[in-house]
Design a protein around this ligand. Structure first.
Ligand code: PSV
Ligand code: MN
Length: 406
């Protein structure tokens, strides 16, 4: 890192009235959760593509997550997906994670892969299958207690493909009754986050298709239910930052699944296609923070399974992109923005936003990492560590009973 670049940046930011020490402290305490399923082999609808060294078990997935945390310093928690990460002894998993320097974050019940769920889980027309899904989710609630997780993260593939195929209103009732029941079983201090997705695998309708439906479900459930925004789950052109602002205003933004879409639910690296959108989302979050609107921590989680990029590198790159977006949002000149808005001066308002967005925050982030005892470039730190060569060597062959995406 060039110290000069940092000094110049800090100088010019201070001149603009930015409290650089505060910005640095905010970035240092900003944590991002990585997903266990991002470290194992995954695929497209057309097949699973195996990557040398890809994690085969929860144990190996935790090791990889710990490596991401080691080089970034800001990823101390790992989301798990059940049954992909199902093991016999979750108390041991908690201890193992702690020994690796991480902890278990959100628990995600998978009620979409078992053949029984072909026509839905909690909204299946068959009460026995609805019960099966309920049992699977309550098992996850149990696991939360064992691993000390505070978040149950819910996504449902439930939907239909043809007009007339299902009774949509009945299914809405089944879903809201089930979610309210689950809410009642949450461990003390825990929250459930309800994710929406506009389509896939249902192409005619999805039971929880958008943030409005998620919000309705949360409102029917109770005080510990909030909406989860997955950046990949919107139609083209949807203004996600407005959704974020609205949910923040309602106190209903629970968390994110970060990724980037180009065409559909592509799982691309967050900020790879539209970094400006990620920045604008953080502008809304920082604005809400400044207004004291955020009463419960927002869960910042990545939801990406990479095939084209090396999985661990892609995860590190995602973390860096999120940090950069947040750092830039912290540089917005709020006074100037308020002034421009009060005069209906759209040109000046946009200039304020652009000014923050165009700032090269890399020297700032590098300096922060150095302060934290890290290498300034986490990707290079990973590449130079020899970790990848080691896991490629160690993880040869399939493991019996190792569940995964593929
Ligand atoms: C569904 O597309 C989703 O976004 C949900 O969050 C799942 O849990 C995750 O992806 C699994 O890949
Ligand atoms: Mn998701």
């Amino acid at each position: 890192m060039s110290r000069d670049l940092y000094e110049n940046l800090a100088d010019s930011l201070t001149k603009k009235g930015v409290d650089v020490a505060r910005v640095e402290a905010a970035i240092k305490s900003f944590e991002i959760e990585t997903p266990s399923w991002g470290y194992g082999n995954s695929g497209t609808r057309f097949g699973v593509f195996k990557e040398p060294g890809a994690a085969r078990t929860l144990h190996e997935r935790l090791q990889d997550a710990a490596e991401v945390h080691r080089v970034t310093g800001v990823c101390p928690s790992v989301a798990i997906h059940i049954p992909w990460d199902k093991v016999d002894d979750f108390a041991a998993v908690k201890a193992e994670a702690a020994a690796l320097g991480v902890r278990i974050g959100a628990v995600n019940p998978n009620v979409f892969q078992d053949k029984a769920y072909k026509y839905g889980s909690l909204t299946n027309v068959d009460p026995a299958i609805r019960q099966k899904a309920m049992d699977a989710i309550l098992e996850c609630v149990d696991i939360m207690t064992k691993v000390d997780s505070r978040i149950l993260s819910l996504w449902f593939a439930d939907g239909s493909n043809y007009p007339g195929q299902v009774d949509m209103r009945k299914r809405k009732r089944w879903m809201q009754e089930a979610l309210a029941h689950i809410h009642g079983k949450l461990p003390v201090g825990a929250r459930m986050l309800v994710e929406y997705k506009l389509f896939e695998p249902g192409f005619y309708h999805t039971d929880i298709c958008d943030w409005g439906m998620s919000l309705v479900m949360c409102q029917h459930s109770g005080a510990n239910a909030q909406v989860l925004v997955d950046l990949g789950h919107h139609a083209h052109g949807v203004n996600i930052e407005f959704i974020v602002a609205s949910l923040l205003d309602e106190g209903m933004l629970g968390g994110f699944h970060f990724n980037n879409r180009k065409s559909a639910d592509d799982d691309l690296t967050v900020g790879s296609i539209n970094p400006f959108e990620v920045f604008l989302i953080f502008v809304e979050i920082v604005a809400a923070e400044r207004s004291g609107l955020i009463k419960r921590p927002i869960a910042y989680m990545i939801d990406q399974s990479h095939i084209v990029k090396q999985k661990i590198e892609a995860m590190i790159q995602s973390v860096m992109n999120i940090q950069a977006a947040y750092a830039r949002a912290l540089l917005v000149d709020w006074k100037a923005l308020a002034h421009a808005r009060s005069r209906n001066d759209a040109v000046d308002a946009e200039r304020v936003i652009q000014d923050a967005y165009m700032t090269d925050v890399r020297p700032l982030l590098e300096k922060i990492r150095t302060d934290m005892g890290l290498e300034p470039d986490p990707i290079l730190a990973f590449r130079n560590s020899g970790y990848l060569a080691k896991i490629v060597e160690e993880r040869k062959g399939e493991l019996k009973g190792a569940a995964s995406w593929g």
